[in-house]
Design a protein around this ligand. Structure first.
Ligand code: ATP
Ligand code: MG
Length: 587
């Protein structure tokens, strides 16, 4: 599989464009390859012109952003062509599925803004019908009960270069197969003693066609059917028939299913039932993270993260807790489009879509993350005033707020240098800077802690004529700092996040490494004692802000009035804009 770190939007070979884009020199929008097929089918009257898709998650984990891509395609295409999209839980593995996951999946899809109406289905509701299909195949001489163990079946299967061998039980009579399968269902055999297999071709070049297992014996409580069944259909025998039962016209899925398509086609053709058309698209991969439920579950189970909704996780619940908006995610899905070839999308593109959206909707606030005390010596003791500050310079309609100012304030430690290097335009001894929305101040002296040698506070003077941040004489300063009045400040906790994996492609492994080798040990930094402007006192969980000069932040759900906790959603620095600019210059 070829993988490249590319913006699929910039290379016409990598992707067919989303439906809304217009090709250079053409007036008509260019369709992605799936929509092109769908339009052709409608034109030809296939399925009476009906469009019916589905999103079929297995409820064995939380949805991640890769699923958001599939959801946008499945629900998006149905919406574009006045069709329907079902939500179906593809539950055929009682050991790993449960209701918590079902509820989380529903919540996440709703959050993205998609609606399955009344059409929430469960493959487990089709178990009786699937059993009937299996019986039908046995009667046709197309399925048999096999006594080989799982290991033996694997051994008999052969390899990519060697054909498989037929099981000694391959030629059991229809009657014997029917009787044995019925006894399997009735609980007549221990777990693993027998399986039902399709009788196809042990020499097929496609390993999936070498008499795949259709049913196994498993005494496990199913989260919906309880202990009604002790045999369970495999995913491969469940998925395609479930699509057929629901009358799906276009079964859209990722490329991992490409090699399974001949098998799904075989089942449907043998059974002579409604045959949806399966179309595969490339899975979404994103740099610095992994998109696989199995791997994400491992991170949760082994405690590498705080849970499925840890703000570092690429799950939809993690991204939501981090402060992502559903609009940013949907916009991202539109931009990456629908490709047929696997690639790794730069996480910077996702963050770029996020900043675009947050910039418009987030009110501004001033919060000092690593405080340094500043005393303004010529500001009268006991005096305080309120200064007017714009809530969002991008959107006047968001209005203004009052920010308290007084003699002692906090600024960021990194905004002062005793010995400023070239191009450091912030505060330094003797230097004048602007306090945003407030006054010009000049640093008179820095006080050091005798023991540590660290700067403990600054003494400054202010220019009373510079109220609002502008002087009447037009005197200019190069630096503008955010600040918070010490007497009014709220003590808050801030969580800074970085990539979950330090390596661009965490799955590109050397010998002896596993995907967890490249977990970023610094993916979360917790800062306590941060000082926030008093206007944040009534911030509610989920509220989003831009902290001036710092980035976008949102209130964590575990936050309370006693202890406000903010997650950094994304910093202000837009690496994607830089990448794009560099790409343009190369052209
Ligand atoms: P994972 O490997 O993460 O466990 P999965 O394929 O097993 O994913 P399912 O619940 O079976 O998860 O997936 C539901 C649907 O989402 C399928 O149609 C699948 O094609 C699609 N899907 C899963 N992962 C991605 C991805 N990274 N990009 C695009 N589509 C995906
Ligand atoms: Mg899958």
């Amino acid at each position: 599989m070829h993988k490249s770190l590319a913006d699929p939007g910039n290379n016409p070979d990598e992707k067919t464009k989303g439906a809304t884009e217009t090709a250079p020199g053409h007036a008509a929008p260019v369709l992605d390859f799936i929509r092109a097929i769908v339009e052709e089918d409608i034109k030809n009257g296939k399925h009476e012109g009906r469009i019916h898709t589905r999103f079929p998650p297995e409820p064995n984990g939380y949805l991640h952003i890769g699923h958001a891509k599939a959801i946008s395609i499945d629900f998006g295409i149905a919406a574009d062509y006045s069709g329907l999209c079902n939500l179906r839980m593809d539950d055929s593995n009682p050991a790993k599925e449960n209701m918590e996951y079902v509820e989380a999946i529903k919540r996440d899809i709703r959050w993205l803004g998609f609606d399955w109406g009344e059409r929430l289905y469960f493959a487990s509701d089709y178990y009786e019908q699937l059993y009937e299909y299996a019986v039908q195949l046995i009667k046709m001489g197309k399925a048999y009960v096999d006594d080989l163990s799982a290991d033996e079946i694997r051994e008999y299967r052969g390899t990519l270069t060697e054909p498989g061998r037929e099981s000694p039980y391959h030629d059991r009579s229809v009657e014997e197969n029917l009787e044995l399968f019925e006894r399997m269902r009735a609980g007549g055999f221990p777990d693993g003693a027998k399986v039902l297999r399709a009788k196809i071709d042990m020499a097929s070049a496609n390993l999936n066609m070498r008499d795949p297992v259709m049913y196994r014996i498993l005494r496990a409580k199913h989260y919906r059917t309880d202990d009604k069944w002790c045999i369970y259909p495999t995913y491969d025998f469940t998925h395609g028939q479930s699509d057929s039962i629901e009358g799906i016209t276009h079964s859209l899925c990722d490329l991992e299913f490409e090699n399974h398509r001949p098998l799904y086609d075989w089942f449907l053709d043998q059974l002579g039932i409604h045959h949806p058309q399966q179309i595969e698209f490339a899975r979404l991969n994103i740099s610095h993270t992994v998109l696989s439920k199995r791997k994400l579950r491992q991170l949760v189970d082994e405690g590498h993260v705080g849970g499925w909704d840890d703000p570092r996780m690429p799950t939809l619940s993690g991204l939501r807790r981090r402060g992502y908006t559903h609009q940013a995610i949907r916009n991202f899905c539109d931009r990456i489009g629908v490709a047929k070839r696997d690639s790794i999308v730069d996480i910077a593109l996702l963050e770029h879509c996020l900043r675009e959206d947050l910039n418009r909707r987030s009110p501004r606030a001033m919060v000092v993350l690593r405080p340094l005390k500043v005393i303004i010596d010529n500001y009268p003791e006991g005096q305080e005033e309120e200064l007017e500050a714009s809530n969002n310079p991008e959107d006047e309609s968001m209005g203004t707020r009052k920010v308290p100012f007084s003699r002692v304030i906090y600024i960021e430690q990194e905004d002062f240098r005793e010995d400023p290097p070239k191009k450091f335009f912030r505060l330094a001894p003797g230097r004048e800077v602007r306090l945003k929305h407030a006054y010009y101040i000049t640093c008179q002296r820095a006080i050091k802690d005798e023991q540590t040698g660290q700067i403990s506070e600054l003494h400054c003077t202010y220019d009373p004529k510079s109220r609002g941040g502008w002087t009447q004489d037009g005197r200019r300063v190069k630096g503008t700092l955010h600040w918070v009045s010490a007497a009014h400040a709220l003590d808050v906790e801030v969580h800074l996040y970085d990539h979950l994996f330090s390596k661009e492609n965490p799955l590109d492994l050397a010998e002896g490494e596993d995907f967890k080798t490249h977990l970023n040990p610094n993916s979360r930094e917790i800062l306590s004692g941060c000082q926030a402007e008093s206007n944040l006192a009534d911030a509610q969980p989920g509220n989003r802000y831009q902290f001036l000069r710092q980035g976008y932040f949102c209130v964590d759900p575990d936050s309370s009035a006693q202890k406000l906790v903010f997650n950094r959603t994304v910093s202000l620095r837009d690496t994607w804009a830089k990448i794009e600019k560099a790409q343009k210059m190369q052209k």
